[in-house]
Design a protein. Structure first.
Lengths: 774, 525
């Protein structure tokens, strides 16, 4: 035993040594969500040059689609030091307590020449990173939206004033009229050019609703006002425009052929007018610099002022970051005028090296933006003029509400818009449905903040009591059963030998099983202490969660693959069993797919199932059949996965082969003498003799199917439209994406019971059909 | 054989270039590159043979095709001056095919019926100079040199004047063909023994902190290697690896003095070289060498391209190393723990053994998802998150399935041997170590193989516990790579195949044990 005094000496010296070692080694500042941007690369170099003690470790991880990585990092205590996040999602992260508030740094830096000053930023950008009065991220760039129009097409249609200048539409009514008039159809009435599509480009309902004076959330953020009368009127207008053009179906059918890049429909004159962001200028500069186009603020309802809306990205520091000071240093540098200059210069040089005109992006910081415009934007011409217009529109910009339900609000608004323009619902009903869904989530969140945290001491006490009881029982058990004499030694050895598993069982299975059961009655997000909520998780899951039922249905559908796989596996095994020569080679070929790692086989099948260039659709096309879109279509995604699963039946085949080998040849000989046909021999001998194997394969197959995850995660991410959201995937999402650990535990237990019950049913039914040889 | 198809498709795709991958036809056999002794040359395989469109009847086509061929070629000759092209007679077939491909899609059924001569003429008239340029650019393979840019740290061009190139063997001349927007010198060369060298002299740039040299370069898809030798007053540098001419298009070949910051960069690093000839003072000498190739070498380079790129982009070796570490530790852990525990269950009698064995069997029924969340919380508490530990340590506690497998195997071994040893005074550990372990080797082999596949394939574990690229194993790494390069199928397939190969190799070596393991327990891996 070490004395306390020795500890007093050792601990500080160890700390000191570590401190000294740390001074020599550079600090590794981990930064996520970094784009492949030439300008940034130069900025990072400059930052490292100025801070020789810091090394930047940058990666693209944790971007917008990769929430799970960031959440796991934060919850696991090893998050990046700094991350580039879509501003739109900052509110949600802040609500979960995942980001550090940055106010104290901003306050501390006040007065420094390179300080991050809130007043420098466009209001729409800054307010988007403020949640409940605190700043959670520093905006990087921004964008806004306006109406692009093709001058030549408008001139052709006669929209010119007395001086011969093209007159773009100014009001909603004019926009609608222009849209219809500029639309052209061929002899068969098919659209060959369209004047304007309300939701093509980048406007969404948000733009129209704000133009009309609508709001999406009440000022206190507690109520969702998606169905406010102004919003309904805006959606009505959008629907009207679609109808005037021949209906959403026809319009979107035409839009389905749109391509991007140099074949962008606006660039090639297939679309006369489009509401799009400032980034579209860059595409024009790149692919069609000689296009005759104009930009004006998007038309508004009669009598209202022009308005636009903005989004963009921002730097945030996750909670638990190891190098907070350095991360702030980094953010401050990236927000400096010098960094912006390095960034723009490199980007400009890069664009020029490809022979393109450089159109700078818009910085969220007004000072940087004006610098970039003055020094790096084209000096004259349309690109100059319209970039200026976009910049000048910024003060009139709106932004999506900062709320933890931002994503849901977005999804619901998209859904409502679709429902209305396709006339599945009236605009009023569609928006009301959306508002209801959002409101329910909001209420749930409000509730979530209340509640009594699980009493840690009580839990620990109960756990301790349980453990003591178990120990006492074990002691009593062993005392009673403990052998005497020579057997004693063997018993001791036995327990010692089994101890690795026994220990592992307690740590990795037994303990977690109990913990999981407890958690399933709690609300727990890892960052805050768990809250006991009784059977609430189970109640929500069973009665209030359509996604759970959807995932269950999806999983159940996949069970179809089990009998098909067994039939194919058996068929192949029987073929192999009769053809004696080359058995090993065939067996290897059939078995190979089962060896291929899931990631590799998933990627391979994504390629095989590629709608345009994949093996299957090419093969079908050769036969004159147009293949489906497989993984990207909601109907075919699950069958695609089953198909892929069938490729791996070789695994089961080996078991079938063993089973077939076990059937005595004499049975067949006897049957042959009796004149039984091949079919008869199969149904009367082979099948009955194989029933134990069939039984076993069914049970294992169903258990395996209920745990399907990797393929879905890699190939479809649960989509399209949740069609491959399986039970375990849903569980994973809840646990490691939304960090609803309690809910995930409840799901796991439901999964357990489903598997158990299915297995028990099969065991119960087994004696009726499974034939065991005596 | 149906089963082998996707696999063969996987393998052949790894050898294909983008053009083959995205071509309209289903092609199984990857193309062997065209070997041209001299350049420029006409690629006689650039376009597929002309085929009868579905909308044209067979009889009509028989008369239409010859007429079309004549009309298309005539139109090409007519348009050549306007497109700035000097047509070569040997390119006739290819030009005809290419032009047909250009107009084919736009033709309606009506446009293809009527008098064949008229149809052919009308079709040919639809062709304009742009189309001809496109076709010509595709079939006329050539090496062209564009501008050389010398860039400093801030990416600024510090060499404003145009440089003069000298060719050692071939001819370097302004291009007679004026394809739209193309500017540069055309290099005419043939395969020489020493390769083709181009030289240029630059002023001394030492003061200006040169960071990279970017040469806009059109390659001739001959799969020859391009090396750079740079002699400066302070020393000589050579390119660390060659640029391989395999694209048949314009690109910026960039050589840099500093290793690129991230692996996605396509820059070629310059390293110090020893040269015998002393440089002329105060001048930079740039020598670009095109080394000769052989058909075999060209084919190899073409087939290896996807693999090379996959290895470079993926950090394949880093990922593979992490995977190997996990595999080795996991196997070691399982072999040790499972055999020990299985021995206790199979051979030793101790109180509670049978009850605990039932518990062990029942844990196999428990879906791992039930314990996933609490185990994550434990790992987090122990600060094992973002380390490899949670991915291998549990193996040292054994797993129910392998314990079961080994116990079944142990039960089949007669007790006599053990009894003899026991009489000789051997300890229980001695019995296990000296007698049992050697006897259950085949079963241990099965365990090792299953565990190999298990760890090599494990995806969800790293997905949850690892967030650092330097610790990522192959399974997760390949997935992330796929996320970033979704459309680069050749490279993705190469990466997938590389990941699969070790598994297949192990399977071939140890097939016997593998199948034994499956049949012994009847459980799928």
């Amino acid at each position: 035993m070490l004395s306390t005094r020795a500890l007093c000496v050792i601990v500080p010296s160890v700390l000191l040594l570590r401190g000294l070692a740390a001074a020599d080694e550079p600090i590794e500042l981990v930064i996520w969500g970094v784009w492949n941007r030439e300008g940034w690369r130069k900025c990072f170099d400059e930052f490292e040059r100025r801070h020789p003690n810091i090394r930047l470790i940058t990666s693209a991880t944790g971007g917008r689609m990769d929430e799970q990585k960031l959440m796991c990092g934060i919850a696991g205590g090893a998050p990046p030091d700094c991350i580039n996040q879509d501003r739109f999602s900052v509110g949600g992260w802040a609500a979960r307590g995942a980001f550090l508030p940055l106010d104290k740094f901003i306050e501390r830096d006040r007065g420094r020449p390179d300080a991050v000053r809130p007043e420098d930023f466009y209001k729409a950008c800054w307010q988007e990173v403020v949640y409940e009065g605190r700043v959670y991220a520093i905006p990087i760039n921004t964008d806004d939206r306006a109406l692009y129009y093709n001058e030549d097409l408008l001139r052709q249609a006669g929209y010119v004033d007395a001086d011969g200048n093209v007159v773009p539409p100014r009001t909603w009514e004019e926009l609608k009229e222009y849209a219809v008039r500029l639309t052209e159809r061929d002899a068969n009435g098919k659209i060959i050019r369209i004047g304007f599509i309300p939701n093509y480009g980048n406007s969404w309902l948000y733009l129209y609703a704000w133009q009309n004076g609508g709001e999406f959330m009440s000022p206190d953020g507690k109520r969702c006002t998606l169905d406010a009368p102004e919003n309904v009127a805006a959606l009505q207008y959008v629907t009207d425009v679609y109808d005037a053009l021949g209906g959403a179906e026809e319009v979107n059918g035409f839009a389905a052929s749109f391509q991007t890049g140099e074949l962008d429909p606006f660039l090639i004159g297939k679309v006369a007018m489009v509401i799009n962001g400032n980034w579209h200028l860059e595409a024009i500069a790149r692919y069609k610099p000689d296009l005759h186009f104009g930009v004006v603020p998007a038309p508004v309802p009669e009598g209202r002022k022009p308005i636009t809306w903005s989004g963009g990205f921002s730097w945030a520091i996750p909670r638990g970051a190891r190098h907070v000071e350095e991360a702030w240093e980094f953010i401050r540098f990236m927000n400096s005028l010098e960094a912006a200059r390095i960034d723009s210069a490199a980007e400009q040089a890069y664009a020029r090296s490809w022979g393109r005109t450089y159109v700078p992006w818009m910085y969220a910081n007004r000072r940087l933006n004006e610098m970039a415009f003055a020094e790096f934007a084209p000096k004259s011409g349309r690109l100059n003029r319209y970039l200026r217009l976009f910049i000048d529109l910024m003060p009139h910009s709106r932004f999506r509400p900062v709320t933890p339900v931002g994503q849901l609000l977005w999804d619901e608004h998209v859904r409502a818009m679709d429902a209305a323009i396709y006339h599945k619902q009236t605009p009023q009903d569609a928006l009301a449905t959306g508002a209801r869904n959002v409101q329910r989530q909001l209420d749930l969140l409000a509730q979530a903040r209340s509640g009594r945290p699980l009493n840690r001491r009580a839990v620990a006490g109960v756990a301790l009591l349980g453990a003591v009881a178990l120990l006492v029982y074990a002691g009593w058990f062993f005392k009673r059963r403990w052998p005497v004499g020579a057997m004693r030694q063997e018993a001791r050895a036995g327990i010692a030998f089994a101890s690795p598993w026994l220990t592992g069982f307690v740590i990795f299975t037994g303990g977690p099983v109990v913990a999981s059961l407890v958690l399933s009655f709690c609300r727990y997000d890892v960052l805050h202490p768990p809250v006991f909520i009784g059977v609430e998780n189970y109640r929500t899951l069973l009665f209030d969660d359509p996604l759970f039922w959807k995932s269950l249905g999806n999983t159940w559908f996949m069970v179809l693959g089990v009998p098909i796989g067994m039939a194919i596996g058996l068929g192949v095994a029987m073929l192999l069993n009769s053809a004696v020569r080359g058995l090993t080679i065939y067996r290897t070929i059939y078995y190979m797919p089962a060896i291929v790692p899931t990631v590799a086989s998933s990627i391979l099948w994504m390629w095989v199932l590629n709608p345009q260039h994949g093996l299957i659709n090419r093969g079908l096309a050769a036969l004159g059949i147009a293949g489906p879109n497989w993984l990207t279509s909601a109907e075919w995604a699950k069958p695609s996965l089953i198909l892929m699963g069938l490729w791996g039946v070789g695994q089961g085949m080996i078991i079938w082969l063993a089973g077939l080998k076990g059937i005595p040849e004499t049975y067949y000989e006897a049957a042959a003498i009796d004149g039984a046909s091949a079919v008869r021999r199969f149904t009367s001998i082979t099948l009955p003799m194989l029933t134990p194997y069939i039984f076993f394969s069914t049970i294992m197959g169903i258990i395996g199917t209920f745990q399907i995850f990797n393929q879905a995660y890699i190939m479809t991410q649960g989509g399209p439209v949740d069609s491959t959201l399986f039970l375990v995937y849903y569980l994973f999402n809840n646990g490691f994406r939304y960090f609803k650990m309690g809910y995930a535990s409840a799901l796991a237990w439901v999964l357990f019971w489903i598997i158990l019950i299915l297995t028990l049913i099969q065991l119960k039914l087994a004696p009726r059909w499974v034939h065991y040889e005596q | 054989m149906l089963f082998a198809f996707p696999f063969v498709w996987l393998v052949t795709t790894t050898f294909k270039g983008d053009e083959e991958i995205f071509s309209e036809r289903l092609n199984w056999v990857p193309r062997i590159p065209w070997y041209a002794k001299s350049s420029p040359y006409v690629d006689q395989r650039a376009y597929n043979p002309i085929q009868r469109p579905h909308k044209v009847s067979r009889e009509m086509w028989e008369r239409l095709e010859p007429a079309l061929r004549v009309a298309l070629w005539r139109r090409a000759v007519e348009l050549a001056p306007e497109a700035g092209i000097v047509l070569l007679a040997e390119a006739r077939e290819q030009v005809t095919r290419g032009l047909w491909e250009q107009v084919r899609a736009t033709l309606s059924a009506e446009a293809l019926s009527g008098n064949p001569q008229q149809v052919a003429r009308a079709t040919a008239q639809a062709i304009d100079a742009d189309m001809l340029s496109t076709v010509w650019a595709h079939i006329y393979k050539r090496v062209m040199l564009g501008t050389l840019r010398v860039l400093d740290e801030a990416n600024k061009n510090i060499l404003e004047e145009k440089v003069e190139w000298k060719a050692r063997h071939g001819r370097l001349a302004p291009n007679e063909t004026k394809l739209s927007g193309e500017e540069g010198l055309l290099l005419t060369y043939a395969d020489f023994s020493g390769g083709e060298a181009l030289t240029t002299y630059l002023p001394d740039l030492t003061e200006a902190r040169v960071e990279r040299l970017a040469l806009s370069f059109h390659d001739d898809e001959s799969w020859r290697h391009v090396h750079l030798l740079l002699i400066t007053p302070t020393g000589a540098y050579r390119s660390k690896h060659p640029f391989i001419m395999g694209n048949g298009s314009w690109q910026d070949v960039t050589w840099t003095f500093r290793p690129p910051r991230d692996r996605r960069s396509l820059e070629i690093t310059l390293v110090r070289a020893k040269v015998t000839s002393q440089p002329t003072s105060h001048q930079w000498v740039l020598i670009v060498t095109i080394s000769p190739t052989s058909p075999l070498r060209a084919a190899f380079d073409k087939f290896a391209r996807n693999y090379r790129e996959a290895i470079r982009y993926v950090p394949f070796w880093t990922f593979a190393r992490n995977s190997m570490v996990l595999v080795v530790l996991n196997i070691a852990g399982q072999l040790f723990a499972c055999s020990l525990v299985a021995y206790a269950f199979a051979r030793l009698s101790w109180p509670g053994r049978d009850v605990i064995f039932v518990v062990l069997l029942s844990t196999m029924m428990l879906p791992p998802q039930v314990t996933m969340v609490p185990v994550f919380l434990i790992v987090r508490k122990l600060h094992w998150y973002n380390t490899l530990t949670p991915l291998w340590l549990p193996s040292f506690f054994g797993s129910a399935f392998f314990i079961f497998l080994l116990r079944q195997f142990l039960m089949t071994i007669p007790r006599d041997l053990e009894d003899a040893a026991k009489i000789d005074g051997c300890s229980y550990f001695g019995l296990y170590w000296r007698i049992m372990l050697p006897l259950i080797r085949p079963a241990l082999a099965a365990v090792a193989i299953f565990q190999f596949l298990g760890s090599w394939n494990d995806f969800m574990g790293p997905l949850i516990y690892i967030n650092d690229l330097r610790l990522t194993p192959l399974s997760l790494g390949l997935f992330q790579f796929q996320q970033e390069h979704a459309a680069e199928w050749g490279m993705l397939m190469a990466g997938s195949l590389l990941m699969t190969l070790p598994a297949i190799a192990i399977f071939f070596v140890a097939q016997k044990y593998f199948i034994q393991g499956i049949t012994l327990t009847g459980i799928k891996a």
